[in-house]
Design a protein around this ligand. Sequence first.
Ligand SMILES: C[S@@+](CC[C@H](N)C(=O)[O-])C[C@H]1O[C@@H](n2cnc3c(N)ncnc32)[C@H](O)[C@@H]1O
Length: 294
Amino acid sequence: MSIGSSARSSGLEASGYPILGDAEFDFIRHVVRANAGIALGPNKRQLVQSRVARRLRELGMSSFEEYCQHVRESGPEELVALINALTTNVTSFFRENHHFEALASTMLPEAMARNAASRRIRIWSAGCSTGEEAYCIAMVAAEVMPLTPRWDLKILATDIDSNVIEQAERGIYPLERVATIPQSRLRRFFRRGTGPEAGYVRVRPEVAQLVTFRTLNLLAEWPMRGPFDVIFCRNVMIYFEQRTRERLIERFAQILAPGGYLCIGHSESIHGLSSPFKSVGQTIYQRVGEPRVR
Ligand SMILES: C[S@@+](CC[C@H](N)C(=O)[O-])C[C@H]1O[C@@H](n2cnc3c(N)ncnc32)[C@H](O)[C@@H]1O
């Protein structure tokens, strides 16, 4: 199969692996953009080829044509599997740690002052991947918030990818994933596995019970009403087109409490968007203005 030719058709590589043709690549890109907002540029061909080839093998299919036909015919179920295959789930504990420092020093104390009467605090990790971000929020909250009198603190953690949500809910991580967490935090918030779980840690129930994991497509209807005091949506919007980002920022503004915060990823910016946010730190934005009347 000639890789250099400008138009490619599906077929088998000399090695016997299925080749992704132009029509199937375009179809997959279209379906993933329309349903998940994820914009896969022409340079993502190799990524699509290798990730979706795995799915073909699981289904015992030998060509991308057959697979695309299957996506067309089987509806939402295969669409979920296709999107799961094409999300990028890179994450880590205390990634971009300045957000967690600001959560402890500013965002949570302000929310506690603002919500002193209701004693209710809501935080959303939107695009949470395998859960590290949400558990970090929970650890910081456990450190900062007094246990008595009790606060009604809930952390919602959502992702479009049902596989990562399953992993996140388990709360079990290999030791190397927590290697950078200081010993004091590790001892307080994780239980070390023994026997078949040796080499792993499990998030302690006191931390885990603060977090609710759900599958949610950010482009779809949101079942929750808010208001949230803090939203983390980090390293998610980089995969979206500008229009999708703008719409999402508007929706975040509507569901955030005035004075609430939005944290985004290091390579993301909402600069230049007309939105009710002011920049208050490195990739940290505060919602200004009055709440929208519902
Ligand atoms: C690179 S991870 C970021 C994880 C974490 N927020 C962090 O910064 O470490 C991006 C996550 O966004 C999720 N994602 C992509 N498109 C989405 C969508 N339309 N709705 C919800 N989640 C989405 C992916 O499944 C993936 O787990």
